[in-house]
Design a protein around this ligand. Sequence first.
Ligand SMILES: [Fe+2]
Length: 165
Amino acid sequence: MKTARPPRALLTAVVAIPAKEAAAMAASLNALAQATSMLTSAYKHFHWTVAGPHFVSLHALYDTHAGTLAAHVDDLAERIVQLGAVPMILPADVAAASPLKAPDAGVADWTSQLAFLESAHVALVRHLTEAISDATDPGVADLLTRIVQDHQKMAWMIRASLHGT
Ligand SMILES: [Fe+2]
């Protein structure tokens, strides 16, 4: 037997905030999810193409970070649905709208990979910090606060790999 979908207003009410605020936060979360998806793809590309004296450690580190980011995409998408909106994280959406652009095609040397990743994490920490202060829902603020801590930790690991500090 087919079950009717609950009306959109009921989905929004789960988060107990006005629909206009929910829509604004969903748009912000979609931009973050697109950037996170782009960064996940970049990490996997680097995981496959890294070469050089630090191959073993970077190959493993990149995959660990890609896994963390893939979990972020899932958490962000599920929160977007709870806000009554639609996740816009299909590859075409990410390519068209992600605030974080893709790395150059082809194979980059390992220092260029790390420099790209360092600046991506810094940009995402800034974006997340703004989104946390704009959040009018405690669940969204908590989710983003947990995500920004992961980015700060990943940024430290990438920076230490690149600069030794
Ligand atoms: Fe692999």
